[in-house]
Write a protein that binds this ligand. Structure first.
Ligand SMILES: [Zn+2]
Length: 236
């Protein structure tokens, strides 16, 4: 089990931590600011800084075996760490912040385009969502204008928790049909963009939509009879 500091504060850039185990998959810490790849958001990169000042580059972060198990993947050839070692875990903040902005932006895309979401991916500087919509009546310029309006309106984005029972009573909260909310832990994390979007999400987000900055729909692709892939990127 790793204490997931990014879950309560996505703006934490570093933390002190202790190495709990090391195996051929990577390094586990007792606590971390590194987000592991999941829910369409890539894992963080960064470094573990030793007391000596030496840096172990982290090239990816992935989920381990349990729900809160995070594996930090070191660059090939990195020196081996010993369990018990104290490190400072530092993410590549510039990249993470771009991922947070784009991730939050995909929630807005979800609110602007009607139809169930069948998949999605956040990348550095761009993102995409697949929608199950009959016909091909999605207008690139109208969607771009709709999202930029929500960004400019500066809506707060805040996480909150509900119980598994509340989640079961409100299936309409689930917008992404292919990603089941992580029930079983007793509670589910909801992401609320005030007045715009509310859905279960475990990723990292900016605090206010204004922080996203201008975006543009770059392409709408047909991926099957009903499936439309909407691609989005930062405008600057
Ligand atoms: Zn999210």
């Amino acid at each position: 089990m790793t204490e997931l500091l990014f879950r309560d504060d996505g703006y934490l850039r570093s933390c002190e931590a202790r190495v709990t185990s090391v195996d051929n998959r990577g390094i586990r810490l007792d606590r971390t600011v590194f987000y592991p790849n999941g829910g369409g958001q890539p894992g963080d990169i960064g470094a573990l800084r030793l007391a000596s000042g030496e840096l172990i580059a982290i090239v990816d972060t992935v989920k381990g075996d349990g729900a809160d198990d995070v594996v930090h993947v070191p660059a090939p050839g990195s020196p081996a760490l010993t369990p018990g070692t104290t490190v400072t875990a530092e993410i590549d903040w510039e990249r993470r912040h771009r991922l947070m902005r784009m991730h939050t932006c995909l929630h807005l895309l979800c609110a602007v385009v009607p139809g169930a979401v069948t998949g999605g991916q956040v990348s550095d500087g761009r993102g995409r969502l697949d929608f199950d919509v009959p016909g091909s009546a999605l207008d690139k310029d109208a969607i771009t204008a709709g999202i930029n309006k929500l960004i400019a309106e500066a809506h707060d984005a805040t996480p909150r928790w509900i119980s598994d029972d509340e989640m079961a009573a409100h299936p309409e909260l689930v917008r992404t049909m292919t990603v089941k909310p992580p029930v079983g832990a007793g509670r589910v994390r909801l992401m609320e963009i005030a007045g715009v979007d509310l859905q279960p999400c475990g990723g990292t987000h900016v605090k206010n939509t204004a922080e996203i900055g201008p975006v543009t729909i770059t392409k709408i692709e047909n991926k099957g009879r009903q499936n439309r892939r909407v691609n989005i990127a930062f405008a600057e």
